[in-house]
Design a protein around this ligand. Structure first.
Ligand SMILES: Nc1ncnc2c1ncn2[C@@H]1O[C@H](COP(=O)(O)OP(=O)(O)OP(=O)(O)O)[C@@H](O)[C@H]1O
Ligand SMILES: [Mg+2]
Length: 486
């Protein structure tokens, strides 16, 4: 049995079970806190702790200390209604920068997103580096810029919408640079309260402010010789921008509460999804800092601008799932076509989350267009038309509607430029219509068969073929796989 790596502190049994199962599913090794079990680092490999219903502040602090993990290497997940939330997130708490707040009912996607921040997990439990993939013209340009700028110490400003891969690019520049064997330290300037950011960046001396119980290194010091990634730089307060500018100009800083000046040798890569030129014009971002940071600007394309990379990105995300011991998922031609029509406001991260979600719903199987969550189905004229046929039948318009819909089908179903896998496409339509018929008839197979003008036995065969038994009523014999057809 491997060492536990996530400690669950939760008095509510149901919630503890939910978190524990979700963590196990993601490939972590959770341990529920129990006073009789040790929590020291000799017997465990702590990466994260979940804090829920625990009233005793002293016990909570003792437990965190007993993990013997440096504060910056421990992700702290806190339930949004935990009695400890306010205390742990307020200024002065040494854990504030590493906190992720979780709402209940728990969303798997949210938990997975939060766990990706577990600091050392990336390098220790998951040693395979994440690959920046993409052969499209747009990504080719990004790769060329990475190669050009990496060997130098120039500051880089990575721009682009949320989820386009800005942090990945920052890591890629570091990994291709002569500093690759030194630390890459990231800090999200937008997520840390303004009053804490200074001490996070520059460190503090013991007693520098209430709550500074010991001397602590800042991110500049941790990144010495390597690269400091200042994420969401556009969210930094103006007073903090002044302090950062000084370090960039003089390469010197002081810890909070100290007057000893320290030199630093750190390459700066900054990123933001904001338009800094507008922010500068509006006086929210200092012009001098903007010019210092944007010596080498690098604009990330939105996913809409490199849809051709989608198959390769999906392969990469499947491989990441497999490395975490999870299942992967495939997409049919028509599903891929639908995905190309989506707008992707969340860019590559949205695609990565979708792959993970579908891999849970359809483990090691093929996802068809009709299996996609509704907003990803795009404009599937055939399925939509089919749906209206069923609805029209249900509305008792079966005498007039089908002719009208046949007309719609003729008019709307255009052969895509690259052709279509007809068998696959027709199967998609079939699955879509069967699902709708089952939805409408509340999962009663006999009624759905009537709606689809087919024998019940034929429908049962199709349900088996497409693995749709779960869409039937649980007391319908068709819901049981392998049931003899009546
Ligand atoms: N070209 C790519 N190849 C492989 N994975 C990618 C690529 N681009 C982005 N990703 C993945 O997409 C997710 C989001 O990437 P990243 O965190 O770098 O984006 P971001 O632009 O920093 O987002 P945000 O603005 O929200 O902070 C990550 O899981 C990352 O691994
Ligand atoms: Mg980012």
């Amino acid at each position: 049995m491997p060492n536990s790596n996530v400690l669950i502190i939760e008095s509510n049994g149901t919630r503890a079970d939910i978190i524990t199962s979700a963590m196990q599913f993601m490939g972590f090794f959770p341990q529920r806190w129990d006073a009789s079990l040790p929590t020291d680092s000799m017997t465990h490999d702590w990466r994260a702790v979940y804090i829920g219903g625990i009233e005793d502040e002293t016990l909570c602090d003792q437990l965190l200390a007993s993990l013997e993990v440096p504060v910056e290497q421990l992700l702290v997940l806190v339930g949004s209604d935990s009695p400890q939330l306010e205390r742990l997130t307020k200024g002065g708490s040494s854990h504030a920068a590493q906190i992720e707040v979780l709402d209940f009912p728990l969303r798997y996607e949210r938990l997975a997103e939060a766990m990706r921040r577990a600091p050392t997990l990336r390098t220790q439990s998951n040693p395979a580096p994440l690959r920046l993939v993409g052969n499209s013209t747009a990504m080719g340009r990004v790769n060329a810029l990475i190669r050009q700028v990496s060997p130098f110490d120039s500051s880089v400003l990575v721009l682009g919408e949320s989820g386009t891969g800005k942090e990945m690019v920052a890591r890629a520049i570091h990994d291709c640079s002569p500093r690759r064997d030194k630390p890459f330290v990231a800090i999200n300037c937008g997520a840390i309260p303004a009053e804490l950011l200074e001490s996070e960046l520059f460190g503090h001396e013991k007693g520098a402010f209430t709550g500074a119980i010991s001397t602590r290194k800042g991110r500049f010091e941790m990144a010495e010789g390597g690269t400091l990634f200042l994420d969401e730089i556009g969210d930094m307060s103006l007073p903090m921008q002044v302090k950062l500018l000084r370090v960039l100009q003089e390469r010197m800083y002081e810890r909070v509460g100290s007057n000893r000046t320290q030199r630093c040798d750190v390459r700066i890569i900054a990123a933001t999804h904001r338009n800094l030129e507008v922010a500068t014009a509006e006086g929210r971002f200092r012009e001098d800092l903007y010019y210092r940071l944007s010596v080498f600007p690098l604009e990330m394309p939105s996913l809409r601008e490199h849809l051709d990379d989608m198959p390769e990105l999906i392969t990469e995300f499947n491989q990441r799932l497999q490395r975490r011991g999870l299942n992967s998922v495939r997409f049919s031609g028509s599903a891929m076509q639908s995905l190309r029509q989506h707008n992707w406001p969340g860019n590559v991260r949205e695609l990565s989350n979708l792959v993970e979600r579908l891999a849970i719903l359809y483990p090691n199987s093929e996802v068809r267009a009709s299996d996609l969550p509704e907003k990803y189905r795009g404009t599937q004229p055939i399925e939509e038309t089919g749906g209206s046929v069923v609805r029209a039948m249900l509305d008792g318009q079966s005498k007039t509607a089908p002719a009208h819909n046949r007309h719609l089908m003729d008019a709307e179903v255009l052969l895509p430029e690259g052709g279509v896998d007809l068998k696959d496409h027709l199967a998609d339509i079939e699955v879509g219509l069967i699902r709708q018929a089952l939805d409408i008839t509340d999962g009663v197979v006999a009624h759905a068969a009537k709606l689809l003008h087919m024998q019940r036995t034929t429908l049962v065969e199709k349900l088996r073929k497409y693995g749709l038994q779960s869409a039937c009523r649980s007391n319908d014999p068709a819901a049981e796989s392998g049931t003899a057809v009546a």
